[in-house]
Write a protein that binds this ligand. Sequence first.
Ligand SMILES: Cc1ncc(COP(=O)(O)O)c(C=O)c1O
Length: 468
Amino acid sequence: MFAKKTTFVRFRQDIKGIDKKVLLKGKKKSNYIYLDNAASTPPLIPVLKEMDDYMDWYAGVHRGTGYKSLISSRIYDDCHEIVGRFVGADLSRDSVVFVKNTTEAVNKLSYRLQLQPQDIIIITAMEHHSNELPWRARAQVKTVPVDNEGKLDLNRLEDLLIRNQPHVKLLAVCGASNVTGHINDVHLMAKIAHNFGCKIFVDGAQLIPHHHFDMKSHDDPEHIDFLAFSGHKIFSPFGVGVLIGPRDVFFNGSPEYQGGGTVKLVFKDEVFWADPPAREEAGSPNIIGAYGLARTLQYLDKLDMNVLSQGEAELTSYTLKKLVELSFVRLYGSRPRVGVISFNLKGIPYALTGAILCFEAGIGLRTGCFCAQNYVRNLLGVPEDYQQLQFYDSKELDKIPGMVRISLAPYNTYAEVDYLIKWLKIIADNRYEFRRRYKFSPQEGGFIPTDLNCHDYISNICRHYMKI
Ligand SMILES: Cc1ncc(COP(=O)(O)O)c(C=O)c1O
């Protein structure tokens, strides 16, 4: 059964900036095609309108007595509940904490668990740096390896749990990879971890925007103990992210950030901390960001997340089928996956492919290692090489191994995918010609065409918005 067409027409109409035109070589202008949704998604027009309306009542929360503050406080509190309900949190036992993004959520959790040097966190070889480095900074880290296709070996997870008990404090794993899009069976992993008395944290940055998700009841062995995700990856780019976890965990010790909003009472020698989430949200919070996220999630619920993910899955299968037909494409990863697809064109630097798609075709995507350098190296089969540091310093970033990544969202169309495929063929057929016409610019950290003044074009647009 195919996903309902009308849902996608409506969704696409509601995406801000969908018809933006950009300058291409030859001074043509063309519709911009955005295939970088794994980085950040565009906002929704109806939600932008609601945010603007709500600004009439905007005021600081929890500390004022006027109507604006009382109304804003109620709305801000409700936002926590709406976000928690969207992922099936148990609001009687869990706290929903607003943070900046997933990175801040992981750092906060790594602090909040009050880890000791002998504690062990199990992560996986497919994690984004944001779900790797905070753990490395505070505990010993053991890693579940991946196979050649980038999938986890769950037998090794069990081995690690057996060998390292009682020191394993947490299993931290992404719901879906930002490199291969591979979806992990996090509920099965939760069951395995819980068997060993270990809790699980799911980095939902790439999963929650693509799938209906349920943390499941606390009594269920498949329950997800902690979850984080970012608003800007789920059509709400207003600087808010979420960390959800059991309330009692947030009572452990004093908050990481201390100050206004985190306390009940302060005496000269004693502080009585507020209950979560307030004790975890120091200072004046991002009320409007939280409102934007809550209304976006309600919008997605109403449109039906299941329909949207089904549509995205069909588009992803179509794209993979088309890419597999191209003999010059080297694809990475395997199913099940969200609409995140990484590849290389044989014999063509990934950064050059990205530049040609940008300047000749008006397609926005991402190239490089996507903040998952160890995973990307693993998939490419290249060794670690500290010499590469010199390329960062000399800004010769093209010398560092990497990939091209497209990331789809349910508003993307089959025509956009066909257009991408057409351009990949053009690049492969004209690779020598393109190599001559593009130069690597250390200033930009990427390739630019020798015969297009993109600097002036970019500067003019920035000047327009910055009013300078
Ligand atoms: C899987 C994954 N985890 C964490 C992050 C970090 O998200 P943020 O930049 O919103 O903190 C990203 C960002 O791309 C990601 O893809």
